[in-house]
Design a protein around this ligand. Structure first.
Ligand code: BGC
Length: 453
């Protein structure tokens, strides 16, 4: 696997995405007291980061085309640091929300730009592994945030430290990016060929000469890259757009982040006695998330994206049903055990399917000419639906109880499974060009197809 210093530093963007979204789960039970939060305000406190992320994702493609990937990541790293410090030291809820929104903008940009930079800096034959490294770092960031939450649960000003510590990887990302090359592909796209060549050499790796020749060959079709936004709605863009946006929405409305963000609260309501025991159980769930993501990374190129999506969704449906049942079983101790274990298994099934496969597929299914914009639209749909679910979850749970809410997630997972069955192509082992041709014609990807020269 092509994991060198360049990819490790760049994937800190994924780590920050994970840390800053995961940290709220352990901070919220303590913040609730300090700021007297109602269920609606809890949704807003958790969701402010997501509004920022939706906005950040919307502009990420355009800004990084204008100013370069590296410069934008440098600014994003500073936003991570500033937002963490503001939210950690906030004297009032409004300032806290503003700080979290700034962190959110940084997350939104990073969520799109990290895989994009990784894909552009990686050698072609290693792109799959390098892009999935992003999802691995997201899950690692979530796990680290849970462990930090657990370690700090009993100290003074705990939630402030939990949030403030996000500034540390932000600083490392900033310092690291100062030494990283600009994306050779972006430089070449701007006609800065000498710098592009030098950036490739700085990245290092075997056989740079042939990669350089490929990059130059790719650029011969560069006229294509200036197509208008409307190209996304033409036949060759339309089908990938529908698949990308639908998977973006399904990734969220099947409930993953109600668990990632609210797990300790879910566990407490299922009968786990103390806040810190709940946070420890949450860390266990985070570990399952990391481990199953590694399993997915090993299987993606063998079992295929489609198979992992379908199996992952089937498993999510089963565990959501058990979860709903666990909440109706009124034996406190047993209910807590059922809840913790079914949440862990549910997250495991997400981690081998919808988690990594969504981000991987959106980097594969869009034609080159509209890839950045297609990814941007799908990423915005992902953050927007994440926000909607996060906002509505505490309100729905307060109104209906936990069991019906998890039943709704199970129903939505059934829809996701049917959609995947009918519409999501297998992209394993196919060149991006073959995928583009097949999706444009609406033809089945079952048979290998060649572009007519
Ligand atoms: C999703 C996030 C989620 C994370 C959990 C990512 O793929 O986009 O919303 O929190 O997976 O591991």
């Amino acid at each position: 696997m092509a994991i060198n210093l360049v990819t490790l530093i760049a994937s800190l963007g994924g780590l920050l995405f994970g840390y800053d979204t995961g940290v709220i789960s352990g901070a919220l039970p303590f913040m609730k007291h300090d700021f007297n939060l109602t269920p609606t305000m809890q949704g807003i406190a958790t969701g402010s980061v997501l509004i920022g992320a939706t906005i950040g994702a919307a502009f990420a493609g355009w800004i990084s085309d204008q100013f370069g990937r590296r410069r934008v990541i440098l600014v994003v790293a500073l936003l991570f640091v500033a937002g963490a410090l503001v939210s950690a030291t906030a004297p009032a809820l409004t300032i806290f929300l503003a700080g979290r929104a700034v962190v959110g903008i940084a997350i939104g940009v990073a969520s799109m730009l990290t895989p994009l930079y990784l894909a552009e800096i990686a050698a072609k034959d290693r792109r799959g592994a390098v892009v999935s490294l992003n999802q691995f770092c997201i899950t690692l960031g979530i796990l680290v945030s849970y462990l930090v939450d657990y370690a700090l649960a009993n100290s003074a000003n705990n939630w402030r430290w939990m949030l403030g510590l996000g500034s540390v990887p932000g600083l490392i990302l900033f310092c690291g990016m100062l030494f990283l090359p600009e994306s050779p592909r972006w430089l070449a796209g701007r006609g800065r060929m000498d710098e592009a060549r030098a950036a490739l050499a700085r990245r290092g790796g075997a056989d740079i000469e042939s990669e350089w020749r490929e990059l130059r060959a790719d650029l011969r079709g560069a006229g294509e890259r200036t197509v208008p936004w409307s190209a996304l709605f033409e036949p060759r863009g339309r089908r990938p757009l529908v698949i990308g946006v639908a998977l973006a929405i399904f990734q969220q409305i099947t409930g993953i982040n109600t668990v990632i963000y609210y797990a300790p609260i879910i566990f407490q309501s299922a009968g786990l006695s103390s806040a810190s025991v709940s946070i420890l159980a949450t860390a266990g769930v985070g570990l399952v998330n990391v481990i199953m993501t590694v399993v997915a990374m090993m299987l993606l190129d063998r079992a295929g994206r489609r198979a992992l999506l379908l199996w992952g969704l089937a498993g999510m449906i089963a565990t959501l049903l058990v979860l709903a049942w666990g909440f109706t079983a009124h034996v406190q101790g047993a209910a807590a055990a059922i809840t913790v274990s079914s949440v862990a298994v549910y997250v495991g099934f997400f981690a081998i399917g919808l988690g990594p496969v969504f981000w991987l597929l959106i980097s594969e299914i869009f034609p080159l000419a509209v890839r950045g914009r297609g990814m941007s639209v799908a990423t915005v749909a992902n953050w927007g639906s994440n926000f909607a679910v996060t906002l509505v979850f505490p309100i729905l749970t307060a109104a209906l109880g936990s069991a019906p809410v998890f039943l709704i997630f199970a129903g939505l997972s059934v829809l996701a499974l049917l959609f995947t069955w009918g519409a999501v192509p297998e992209t394993k082992g196919r060149s991006l060009e073959e995928i583009e041709v097949a999706l444009a014609g609406g033809a089945s990807l079952g048979a290998k197809q060649r572009r007519v020269a």
